[in-house]
Design a protein around this ligand. Sequence first.
Ligand code: ADP
Length: 355
Amino acid sequence: MTMAFRVLLLIFFGIFLAFGYAAAWLLSFLLHMFYPSTPVLTLDFFLILTTFFLIGVALFFFVLSRWIGVPLRSLRAAMDAFAKKGERAPIAISSLTPREIRQLVITFIDLAERVEHAHKRDTEISQVKTDFITTAAHQLRTPLTGIRWALEALEKGDTVSEEQRALIQNAAEKSHQLINIVGTLLNMSSIESGRHQYHFEPVDMQQFVPTVVADFDHVARARGVVLAYQKDSSRFPPARADKEQVRWILNNLIENAIRYTPQGGSVTVWMDMRDSLTLQVHVRDTGIGIPESDRPNIFERFYRASNAVSKENAGNGLGLYIAKTIAKDHGGDLSFAPNETGVGTTFTLSLPIAG
Ligand code: ADP
């Protein structure tokens, strides 16, 4: 019961008693007029009447709140616990609880059981899918690596014509892409299953990030995109990170930035501190941007924005989904925003500093 409601109730009783007293007094006065032997109501009598009345009202509300309020409050607490944490809390009902409330509790328990059952089934199906992807990806990786080595060896041989060399080169590139996809699938299934063993350690990001950026120098040059790492004058504390997983996130962000930036554009990487506990890595490009209608879904599995699909065939819409999951597992986050210039996008990876 809210405070305002209690005050209103008190005012209501005050008015009710005042009117009641006025009516009783008028009645006793009229009676006295016709039968002078009957007494006119006195204040004493009114006070006794009021006291009895108030005790009666208090008792009524006490019984009402025990009888209805307690089971209803406990049902609400149980619903809250289930909705917020998926936990089942006990509900205080007894055989004295009104039938309708008991029925409500039974319906809620039934609903909770159904939700739990559906969730369990979803988890099992998702586990089967994850296991299948992991097995298939493992099986594919070895023969694919073999094919790639064979193609690279062939490419280096001097018995092939230029035309054949170009074809072999193309096939080697495609097999490289396939190996990357298989790697992504393996990473996804291990991260998604929650079984991934992270190796968190203090990572000096000011030393680490430039080396990751440098790995993309040749790709950026080949695409005609200017790639730059902006050095900082200040020193940042090390991040608490799994180096190889953070490398995976940054590789994805930088690769995307280069892929979705037309020739002549630029990609810039820099760092700063969001607050004293959070370090941020920004990857900014002058690329095609992400259309407003696609923004809410960009971190969903297999989602690709319409403008990206028409520009780039290669892509599976998994990179950002996995990257965000890894960032969250670090206690950090991955977000993006369109550049204020109206051209391109900036992705921001935030990581907690090593404590
Ligand atoms: P992929 O790039 O393989 O399609 P991602 O999960 O890495 O998958 O990215 C999902 C989608 O997000 C891309 O298909 C593209 O629509 C969009 N996207 C990601 N990075 C950029 C970027 N730097 N500029 C524009 N769009 C981007």
